[in-house]
Design a protein around this ligand. Structure first.
Ligand SMILES: Cc1cc2nc3c(=O)[nH]c(=O)nc-3n(C[C@H](O)[C@H](O)[C@H](O)COP(=O)(O)OP(=O)(O)OC[C@H]3O[C@@H](n4cnc5c(N)ncnc54)[C@H](O)[C@@H]3O)c2cc1C
Length: 379
């Protein structure tokens, strides 16, 4: 351990959307912030890359104009069943398509310009003793702070070190993502289901189509490789077959991730304020994980500022306040999202659901409204 560790007001572990947003927000209040991210920027991530417009006011506050970065405005939505029955709708609030490669990089550059100290390293342990955190990294450095934001995403080695409950359970989901060039409307996001999973399709910057699917490992492992799985399972949905077959890959090979867990987590653990997927992950078929990540960072930042400025006088009150606001904002969303994703995973039921929703556009609009949330208020 370093005998003279550097001391910060806040250390943020993980530099995805949650970590970067809170880093920028906190640095606006002259707090000494260290952001530790294990990877280099820019980097592609497995993600559907469709974001609800609810985050636009806050991203503008953070100094990010997504349309200058080439984001595509998305106003229409399509959903199809494994048997290729189609449902169409307009998106009242709408969203935009932008790659994580571009968005995370822009936030990172912004954070640096706002005097956030950044470090590329892997956090291996977070200890809390005498009202102070010690962060230990793979390079054997130690950093100290009064507050730690856990923004290390859906699954990290640090979850194992912290012995978080969800990490002990195996998760059956894996995801595949690629970028392609081809014909696809700029203003459309499509969610096409196939047996055991679904694929999100929408355009991002530079006229590129993002294709990202999530599936059950048991469905996947019966096949030799991704190509065979796509031919035998994914392409049974004729919309997906048309898109995949009539486009040209931009990536050399698709990106994959496994062990995606939607299990319950706690927004405060070992006194760490968890943001984004570290606090809880919604099924991407029915929710907007990226806007939840950004929204949770704003909530955490407000409370961290109040705590460090002495407006909240105890750590217990501070942690309870975050736990309460996180649960108020997201707990029902998560429950509804998981329930709806389960319904759609039952193929016969999905066909019936689509028929019902096609006949009742008001119900469909209500469900879309639930998943999009309300535009964020900048305070
Ligand atoms: C298949 C799939 C499709 C999705 N599609 C969409 C979509 O279309 N729209 C949407 O809104 N959401 C979508 N989501 C959800 C969305 O991707 C996440 O909710 C969002 O990325 C959460 O952001 P985050 O900052 O919490 O985590 P991340 O973006 O995962 O960032 C966490 C960061 O922490 C770093 N890290 C981890 N451990 C350590 C460590 N020990 N030390 C240092 N750094 C560390 C990682 O390198 C990473 O950069 C999808 C998710 C999946 C799996």
């Amino acid at each position: 351990m370093n005998p003279n560790p550097q001391i910060f007001d806040v250390i943020i572990v993980g530099g995805g959307l949650a970590g970067l947003s809170s880093a920028i927000h906190l640095s606006k209040y002259n707090l000494k912030v260290l952001l530790i991210e294990k990877n280099n920027y820019p980097k592609h991530k497995v993600c559907g890359e469709y974001i609800s417009n609810e985050v636009l006011p806050y991203l503008n506050y953070l100094g990010i104009d997504v349309f200058r970065l080439g984001a595509q405005k998305i106003k229409r939505f399509e959903l199809s069943t494994p048997k290729s029955k189609l449902l169409k709708s307009n998106l009242t609030l709408g969203g935009f398509g932008i790659s994580r490669y571009v968005l995370d990089h822009a936030l990172y550059e912004k954070a640096k310009s706002e005097s956030v100290q950044t470090l590329q390293d892997i956090v291996t342990n977070i200890q809390f003793l005498n009202d102070e955190f010690s962060i230990i990294t793979k390079n054997n450095s130690t950093y100290k702070s009064r507050v730690v934001v856990g923004a290390f995403g859906k699954r990290s080695s640090i979850d194992i070190t912290l012995e978080r409950n969800f990490i002990k359970k195996k998760s059956p989901f894996l995801a595949v993502k690629t970028h392609v060039k081809g014909d696809f409307p700029k203003d459309l996001v499509a969610l096409h289901n196939f047996k055991g999973g679904y694929c999100g399709v929408s355009k991002v910057e530079n006229d590129v189509i993002n294709l990202c699917y999530i599936t059950d490992f048991t469905a996947f492992k019966a096949y030799k490789d991704i190509d065979e799985f796509q031919e035998e399972v994914v392409f049974k949905n004729t919309y997906l077959k048309t898109i995949f077959k009539n486009s040209v890959p931009v990536f050399e090979k698709p990106l994959t991730i496994s062990q995606i867990s939607f299990a319950n987590k706690s927004p405060v653990e070992n006194h760490i304020i968890m943001c984004g997927d570290s606090a809880g992950m919604i099924h991407p078929l029915c929710g907007n994980g990226m806007s939840m990540a950004i929204r949770s960072s704003q909530m955490a930042s407000h409370l961290i500022i109040d705590y460090l400025q002495g407006k909240i006088t105890s750590r217990v009150v501070f942690e309870k306040a975050y736990q309460k606001s996180w649960n108020n904002e997201f707990k029902t969303r998560l429950k509804v999202g998981h329930f709806a994703a389960k319904l759609f995973s039952k193929n016969q039921l999905a066909e019936v659901l689509i028929r019902i929703l096609n006949g009742t556009p008001i119900l469909l609009q209500k469900i879309i409204k639930q998943t999009h949330g309300k535009p964020m208020v900048v305070k």
